[in-house]
Design a protein around this ligand. Structure first.
Ligand SMILES: Cc1cc2nc3c(=O)[nH]c(=O)nc-3n(C[C@H](O)[C@H](O)[C@H](O)COP(=O)(O)O)c2cc1C
Length: 461
């Protein structure tokens, strides 16, 4: 059987995610319905019908206020605000589906590991092991201010803190409760055997957590770890912890190189590189004919907001594009404490040196680089050729409008990929980790830092 293309739907529990300005489209019903339970259950059922692996819920905990040193552009165009807490949509989507998995984004900088571990165990219980955690360290200074910090922690320090955060939660998930700690022994009047529940006694630079963990172990214990670090420090973090990485290079060849780099780093940390799946960004505008798809793309482009796109770019990279007026100078890399890899891909990692004019022009329309516009066969060709050239395991599919873009994908592209034998027609059984890595892989694999902390646990539980 050919290698199967994996698919996440990239979304957010917000009025708008990344299709800047498209709140104006009359069929973009998410703008009002993202607050409704029905919106999320219908979306989950649609994705399960299209055999998506997971819905990936992004999250930020601040407002994008770098562009023009103001929050106005972001607020005016609903750039990831208004935004609800993503965790609450998960149990209701789980109830409406059987196999779809759920990746929840949570920041290590602004949550506490003790509370976070319980929240994730709860969700892994309620979804019967269909949970992943997208670990982020957060790039918005406005988040730092609202969590009481004078200024945002430095980029690399956030990752250092995140390493310790993961250490704490691994101990809570993997080393606190042994298998069979709950005995439910009425005769001996013992629900849980206290000898099988352990303190973790974590005392580090950032956290002191004696334990034990409050929840009993869930099916996966540690949820599947997603991560998207791309800077040297972020790549080290991803290589140490991630089971699914998100990489995006300016070309498929560059993406392939990024993946190899993270896999090499993982190997140097004692991990098996095959325990990492790589995903990249994908946007699709599809219709029955090329002409209709192009017309649809033009309609979306006419509603695009370049100000909103620049606002999102400003927050995630720290580059205020309103300050760049000398259009014929080259657009240079500069160090910031925000996310670093996206800035690098338009500067030092780009195969060609770009001028300020070229960069600014790129914000004027929805990008075509990772967007495939065409009929179902053309889109499937584009997906397959990127899949092969970049050596990715799958894609993070974004949308122009929801649920419309996803309905189009499920109805038109999925059957074409299935016909070509490169997309599943049935789900694998088991937890999310088993669906990704195979039968029996319910828990973190040997060599993973979380597995190395394990106590009193066996794969068959
Ligand atoms: C597919 C993808 C999804 C991401 N989702 C989020 C998110 O939901 N919240 C967030 O704060 N950062 C998110 N990020 C940003 C990353 O966590 C990271 O900060 C960024 O890729 C820059 O890498 P660096 O931190 O190594 O510089 C995402 C990045 C990618 C590529």
């Amino acid at each position: 059987m050919s290698k199967q293309i994996r698919m996440n739907a990239f979304d957010m529990t917000s009025a708008m995610h990344n299709s800047h300005g498209l709140w104006k489209h009359p069929l973009n019903v998410r703008t009002s319905r993202y607050k409704d339970l029905d919106y999320w259950t219908e979306l989950a059922q649609l994705l399960e019908r299209g055999k998506f692996d997971a819905v990936f819920l992004a999250d930020v905990v601040g407002i994008y206020d770098i562009y023009g040193q103001s929050r106005d552009a972001a607020v005016r165009d609903a750039v990831q605000v208004p935004l609800n807490d993503p965790a609450f949509a998960i149990p209701i989507m789980a109830q409406a589906t059987k196999h779809l998995s759920f990746a929840l984004t949570v920041s290590t900088t602004y949550e506490h590991p003790y509370a976070h571990a319980r929240r994730m165990s709860t969700l892994d219980h309620l979804t019967k092991g269909r949970l992943a955690w997208n670990v982020v360290t957060s790039y918005l200074p406005s988040a730092a201010r609202n969590f009481g910090l004078q200024e945002m922690m430095k980029h690399d320090d956030r990752y250092e803190m995140a390493d310790e955060f993961l250490d704490v939660v691994y101990k809570l998930w993997e080393a606190s409760w042994e298998d069979h700690a709950i005995v439910h022994d009425v005769e001996n009047r013992m629900f849980t055997d206290p000898a099988k529940v352990h303190e973790i006694n974590h005392a580090g630079k950032y956290y002191r957590v004696p334990g034990p963990h409050l929840s009993e172990p869930s099916l996966q214990r540690t949820p599947v770890i997603y991560q998207a670090g791309g800077s040297p420090r972020g790549s080290d973090f991803a290589a140490r912890h991630a089971e699914c990485i998100f990489v995006g290079g300016p070309t498929p060849a560059q993406t392939k190189q990024y993946i190899q780099d993270i896999k090499n780093r993982a190997e140097s940390f004692g991990r098996n590189p095959d325990h990492i799946k790589a995903f990249t960004f994908l946007n699709v505008v599809v219709a029955e004919t090329t002409k209709e798809a192009e017309a649809k793309y033009e309609e979306y482009a006419s509603l695009w907001s370049s100000e909103a796109a620049k606002a999102q770019y400003g927050g995630s990279t720290g580059y205020d594009l309103s300050q760049y007026s000398d259009l014929d100078t080259s657009f240079e890399y500069k160090h910031t404490e925000h996310g670093q890899s996206r800035a690098a891909s338009l500067t030092k990692d780009n195969p060609k040196k770009l001028t300020v004019r070229e960069v600014l022009n790129g914000f004027e329309r929805p990008g075509r680089k990772m967007s495939i516009v065409g009929n179902p066969q053309e889109v499937a060709d584009g997906i397959q050729s990127y899949f092969e050239a970049a050596g990715v395991d799958g894609f993070n599919l974004t949308h122009m409008i929801t649920p419309g873009s996803l309905i189009d994908f499920v109805d038109l592209v999925v059957p074409e990929l299935q016909k070509r034998g490169v997309y599943k027609t049935e789900y694998e059984p088991g937890t999310f980790r088993e669906k990704l890595f195979g039968e029996g892989q319910r828990l973190l694999p040997a060599g993973h830092p979380g597995a190395n902390l394990r106590r009193g646990i066996s794969q068959d539980g």
